[in-house]
Design a protein around this ligand. Structure first.
Ligand SMILES: *[C@@H]1O[C@H](CO)[C@@H](O)[C@H](O)[C@H]1NC(C)=O
Ligand SMILES: *[C@@H]1O[C@H](CO)[C@@H](O)[C@H](O)[C@H]1NC(C)=O
Ligand SMILES: *[C@@H]1O[C@H](CO)[C@@H](O)[C@H](O)[C@H]1NC(C)=O
Length: 418
């Protein structure tokens, strides 16, 4: 009996034998994808403690004993009566006593398919291209989806969900590197860039150097962005019909990650971001801004949990490629009239990728001058914040940068050598 290897071992051996030896795929560094806000599924389950905000939510809860897709929620898009349920279940609570964020009472959530690139929303074209080069989902190509309503917090402040994510991300990168015998290339987009950056800083330098070969940042905003400020004052509706203003505000203001969007003093300095009859708010006035929009409860978490993480941008000391879109009209200053923050502002535009202001997109470029920090910068004119996944030439360029990061010849190199 003891001589017969257990089935999993046999399967692993067969897999090993099935790997073609010495081909291009054998040279690949593992790639770990870290998506942006809202770019992976969330599932929810309602428990007995759930208090439905409307009868329609109770009905939906009653015939659903198990996990259901919370995000993206297609029912809410089609059935207006489900919108308040979605808004309620998608909101978080900041528990001041615990100094941490948690789900609304009676709502359990989870992130399906951790590890698989199939878990990502909107990345299909890029994933297909990587698979065409020999990458295999779950083996050499991995993804780290997460609950994007949360973030992490500085030392001394609990962040149960974010800390667990960093632990899981660390394990994924380390396991992929060890399995492959080569450090991983981490490819992050948008909010995923901010998380990846803080993740790297949270690991000791030897860990980073051992397991991370290169980081490719797509549309990073390490200094926040002006539209993020507007989102906190006006609320967010996820494009759903008929979301009431209170629900929009709760959705925006209860999430930990939305505070990470606020423009930081380090990057935005004295630029005017919001102008009202009574004054001008810059990134240095963010606490006064939160008070003024009627969100005083945001001041404490902002000052203690967010600001301290973005007061400096030390280089991560692993090679970085930053790919950004530029040349797209991006809101820069919001001018509010007599109705104050509840009125429709007049918007002044500047350069950026449509969502992120140029000044924040280029914040990482300062690392280029730091000794020991390898840094590549790629600017794609006319490509917007999600264009890395939909504009053919941009997708190709990103794939190229991933190849280059792995030390391989790129598509472009190959084209020219034929
Ligand atoms: C959307 O949300 C409603 C209630 O919030 C829920 O009943 C439904 O199952 C969710 N998922 C999908 C895919 O519609
Ligand atoms: C913003 O901060 C500056 C400097 O601290 C101050 O002079 C100004 O009055 C503040 N603006 C508002 C609207 O609070
Ligand atoms: C971004 O660019 C793509 C491709 O050009 C386009 O389809 C999409 O509508 C743009 N998104 C926004 C928000 O403008």
């Amino acid at each position: 009996m003891a001589l017969v290897p257990p089935l999993p071992v046999v399967a692993a051996l067969l897999l090993l034998l099935a790997q073609p030896l010495g081909n291009a795929a054998g040279d690949l560094h593992p790639v770990v994808l870290v998506p942006g806000y809202g770019s992976n599924q969330l599932e929810a389950m309602l428990t007995a403690a759930y208090e439905p905000p409307a009868p329609a939510c109770a009905a939906a809860g009653a015939d659903r004993q198990g996990w259901f897709p919370l995000w993206p929620n297609h029912t809410a898009t089609r059935d207006a009566s489900q919108v308040p349920c979605f808004a309620d279940q998608m909101s978080l609570v900041y528990d001041a006593g615990a100094d941490d964020y948690r789900n609304a009472d009676g709502v359990a959530t989870r992130v399906p398919s951790f590890g698989s690139a199939r878990a990502l929303i909107g990345w299909d074209q890029l994933v297909r291209q990587l698979e065409g080069m020999g990458y295999r989902d779950g083996e050499t190509l991995l993804a780290a989806p997460y609950d994007f309503r949360y973030a992490v917090a500085p030392r001394g402040h609990p962040s149960a969900v974010g800390s667990r994510y960093f632990r899981d991300l660390g394990r994924l990168i380390r396991a992929a590197s060890l399995r492959r015998g080569r450090p991983a290339i981490v490819v992050a987009h948008s909010f995923g860039c901010a998380l990846t950056y803080q993740f790297l800083l949270s690991r000791p330098l030897p860990w980073r150097c051992r397991y991370v070969k290169h980081v490719v940042l797509l549309g990073s905003a390490l200094g926040g962005f002006a539209p993020g400020m507007y989102g906190l004052s006006a609320g967010i509706d996820y494009g759903l019909p008929g979301v009431t203003r209170p629900a929009m505000l709760r959705l925006a203001r209860s999430q930990q990650s939305t505070l990470w969007r606020l423009p930081t003093p380090l990057v935005f300095g004295d630029r005017p971001l919001a102008v009202t009859r009574s004054g001008t708010y810059t990134a240095r006035n963010m606490s006064a801004f939160l008070e003024a929009i009627g969100f005083p409860d945001g001041v404490w978490p902002y000052e203690t949990r967010v600001l301290p993480m973005w007061e400096a941008l030390p280089p991560p000391m692993v090679p970085v490629t930053s790919v950004i879109g530029v040349g797209i009209r991006t809101p820069e200053t919001y001018v509010f009239g007599t109705d104050g923050f509840e009125g429709e502002p007049e918007v002044t535009y500047g350069d950026g990728d449509g969502d992120i202001n140029l000044v924040s997109l280029v914040a990482v470029e300062d690392w280029a001058g730091v000794e020991g920090q390898a840094m590549e910068v790629v600017r794609l004119p006319g490509v917007n914040h999600s264009g890395f996944f939909s504009v053919d030439s941009a997708v190709e360029r990103v794939v190229d940068e991933i190849c280059r990061a792995g030390g391989g010849s790129t598509e472009l190199d190959r084209k020219f050598s034929i």
